[in-house]
Design a protein around this ligand. Structure first.
Ligand SMILES: N[C@@H](CCC(=O)N[C@@H](CS)C(=O)NCC(=O)O)C(=O)O
Length: 179
């Protein structure tokens, strides 16, 4: 969006999001959290995307198109993030403790189901909604492009792999990969 911002690191493993000070900013004790210059705060990654992209070409269209974008944001939260992002958290951040192996196994089917849904949509079009790049792509790119860090192999999802390359080659792309 070309908006200037400062980035504050927050150590969730040290409990930084559960301090009284942080809970004042987000009662749900989680990041990401957007702090606005006027003192307001906004939590939930996809709400933040809607706010920052409002009126831009990444979140524009008639009521149906905007609802289609929201459809993918809700899909990300309910059908993708609970499997792929959480597996990555257990593996990358918690260093795969043996007592969570069963949980990782349980998350496998759900994660691959979500990748299948995305692949079928991306076989039909270059981006998730209406063939142009929107915040639906940003929301789902986030954990999909690092899905391998959560133990998910993208080899059987060629349309997802091409979409990842397409997004990486966009002029405004900035890498956030941890490895
Ligand atoms: N639905 C939220 C999920 C946020 C979330 O789970 N954040 C994790 C890190 S990725 C967190 O802050 N955990 C710290 C904690 O629960 O104390 C979103 O998409 O923003």
């Amino acid at each position: 969006m070309g908006i200037d911002y400062d980035w504050d690191e927050v150590d969730i493993l040290a409990g930084d999001t559960r301090t009284p000070e942080f809970l004042q900013m987000n009662a749900n004790g989680r990041i990401p959290l957007l702090a606005l210059p006027d003192g307001r705060f906004l939590a939930e990654s996809n709400a933040i995307l809607c706010y920052l992209a409002d009126g831009s070409e990444c979140f524009v269209g008639d009521a149906f198109t905007k609802a289609e974008i929201l459809q993918w944001l809700f899909f990300e939260q309910y059908s993708h993030e609970p499997y792929i992002a959480t597996s990555r958290f257990i593996i990358q951040y918690l260093k795969r403790p043996p007592e969570r192996e069963a949980e990782l196994l349980q998350k496998e089917a759900g994660g691959y189901a979500a990748l299948g849904v995305m692949d079928r949509q991306l076989q039909k079009q270059d981006y998730l909604v209406g063939n142009s790049f929107t915040i639906a792509d940003i929301a789902l790119f986030a954990y999909t492009h690092v899905a391998h860090e959560g133990g998910f192999d993208l080899e059987d999802y060629p349309a997802v792999l091409s979409w990842i390359d397409r997004i990486r080659s966009r002029p405004a792309y900035t890498s956030m990969e941890s490895s």
